[in-house]
Write a protein that binds this ligand. Structure first.
Ligand SMILES: Cc1ncc(COP(=O)(O)O)c(C=O)c1O
Length: 247
């Protein structure tokens, strides 16, 4: 047996000392400067415009699908394809949010969906979203899968929780779709003890993800974004009131 994880720490003593110092000295333990620095650095590493930090990869998956629903990319009952070989927290949010999970076969050689297994499946079922998992550091032919998604108007999102740092000749895994999720749980490549991230280049989605992360509040948005959002909300509410008044 080869253990998946030998030690949770890299430079164990230095890391534990730094962590203890941080806990003793910081006025806030979460959602502060260090988190923002991490988001910035991670976005640069992954070569995406936005990185939004979450408390786990599972939460990141749930928040991503919830945000796609909030933005009307998805509605109740829509078909969401997922890799038959994946983690439970890739499938559960699909079910939890009232969407229909459609499993897609994986290739034995790569343990992942390929354009071949994908094409075969979408001939018999219509998908709104493909939530593909890049399993155990491997990936399918994501460039071809992205192409098919473009032709069929299927939104591609990647669960890259097991494949941080993997690269294909056509790019890093996690950069082929609208957004991708990552996990920093102790058993993964890089750990924040518990933690997750979502990367995207889409500004509107990045804002919605920050709102979903804050349980519906706009407090993690920039002040100019907050005032625009609040102005629009007041406009919508007053339009609704007018409509109600007139009917
Ligand atoms: C593919 C995949 N997605 C999501 C997750 C969930 O990540 P977390 O444990 O940070 O919730 C995992 C966890 O190992 C995973 O392997």
């Amino acid at each position: 047996m080869i253990p998946l994880m030998k030690n949770a720490f890299y430079n164990e003593k230095e890391t534990k000392d730094a962590l203890s110092k941080f806990i003793l000295e910081t006025p806030r333990l979460s959602m502060d400067q260090k988190c923002f620095e991490f988001e910035d650095k991670f976005a640069r590493f992954q070569e995406r415009k936005y990185a939004i930090l979450f408390n786990s990869g599972g939460s990141a998956n749930l928040a991503l699908l919830q945000s796609l629903k909030n933005l009307r990319y998805l509605k109740n009952g829509d078909n969401v394809g997922f890799s038959a070989l994946t983690w439970s927290t890739n499938v559960m949010p699909i079910i939890q949010l009232g969407l229909k999970p459609i499993p897609l076969d994986c290739e034995l050689r790569t343990l992942n969906i390929s354009s071949n297994t994908f094409e075969k499946r979408i001939n018999s079922v219509e998908l709104k979203v493909l939530f593909i998992t890049n399993t155990l550091g491997f990936a399918g032919d994501l460039d071809k899968i992205r192409e098919i998604c473009g032709e069929r108007k299927i939104i591609l999102i990647e669960d890259n929780c097991e494949s941080l740092g993997s690269e294909l000749p056509t790019g890093k895994t996690g950069n082929f779709g609208l957004a991708s999720t990552f996990s920093f749980y102790i058993a993964h490549h890089m750990s924040t003890i518990e933690g997750g991230m979502i990367c995207t280049d889409d500004h509107e989605l990045s804002q919605m993800l920050r709102i979903v992360r804050a349980n519906g509040w706009d407090r993690n948005l920039q002040p100019d974004q907050q005032s625009l959002l609040r102005k629009n909300t007041i406009l919508i509410v007053s339009l609704m009131q007018n409509t109600l008044f007139m009917t």
